[in-house]
Design a protein around this ligand. Sequence first.
Ligand code: PLP
Length: 400
Amino acid sequence: MSFLSETLARVKPSPTIAVSNLAAELKAAGRDVIGLSAGEPDFDTPEHIRAAGIAAINEGHTRYTAVDGIPDLKAAICAKFKRDNGLDYTPKQVTVGTGGKQVLYNALMATLNKEDEVIIPAPYWVSYPDMVLLAGGTPVFIEAQLENDFKITPDQLEAAITRNTKWFLFNSPSNPTGAGYSRDELKALTDVLLRHPHVWVLSDDMYEHLAYDGFRFCTPAEVEPQLYDRTLTVNGVSKAYAMTGWRIGYAAGPEPLIAAIRKVQSQSTSNPCSVSQKAAVAALNGPQDFLAPNNEMFVRRRNLVVDMLSAIEGITCPVPDGAFYVYPSIAGLIGKKTPEGVEISSDEVFATELLNDCGVAVVFGAAFGLSPNFRISYATSDELLQEACSRIQAFCAKLS
Ligand SMILES: Cc1ncc(COP(=O)(O)O)c(C=O)c1O
């Protein structure tokens, strides 16, 4: 019998972290590698947020805190939901965790039983299925096709719901595609959910502020107020505020669910980092004016990458509405061979050959549940993106 748990045997380590680690190892060994796999901004946490963290240390905020968040952070989160989403929550309806990742994990741990199913549109953020499996549930996938801009249809959602469906896990703008659902598209999905009162909504709004070309972000509890009592709205400071290392995420929803999440957290991490919570208060309550120029920069980078990849025969690269990823299809390259005779039989082979041949690290589509594609994170400098895309162009030109 294995020493390790059977539950752990059901899951795999994060493929995006694995690719990032491999790229870092190759770099350390002297290879010229451009890593486009990490999902984090390349700039520093804004100065006023860093200052709040330093002040928190100097003022002695260095002890355990309330399990699911300090009162001033919960107040800032309630104000944020009101300001940005028109949603009313009290502090008792709010939980804070060590990143959005832990909040999602806590919610699944707190709610899933053996027979429970969680509907996940694919392509999905790599962690969703494995978190569901770790919590003892079963992920059920709906494939969102490139032809439908990587968005699922109401009919697909309707067909995926069973007696055992517990959650519908929704993410817009999406990691890995950057696709965003318009209010009408989301309303069509929430209309389906109204017909199935046993299904709850887990909305991952991590990329709310990274929305481009006039795309208007919206979230299920706001679009369909009748779902308010069965929606957990998850968000965080990692992406928009360049705070990935501080590890603060949060969620709001019905009080009994928040209490259950608190119970899980009280027996695992006790509380999110005291210093980071103070910094997150500064992020949410402070000036938001740096978001717009950051987004202009992301749009420029997105356009650069989309243009350069679209110029490659065999690659189709849709233009994303938000986040900082593109998810091009390599359907037109499948079956071709490298000069060394390696057949590009899958997106995994493509990503491996790309890394070996020209030192560009991307994540293969199978990791996100939709092939043959790959994901590029364009949260890096224009120069590196330009160089990386030139290398991808040269690599693809050699395939025959
Ligand atoms: C879709 C999505 N949700 C949640 C997270 C978790 O973010 P964090 O734990 O840093 O708050 C990420 C991070 O990559 C993400 O892409």
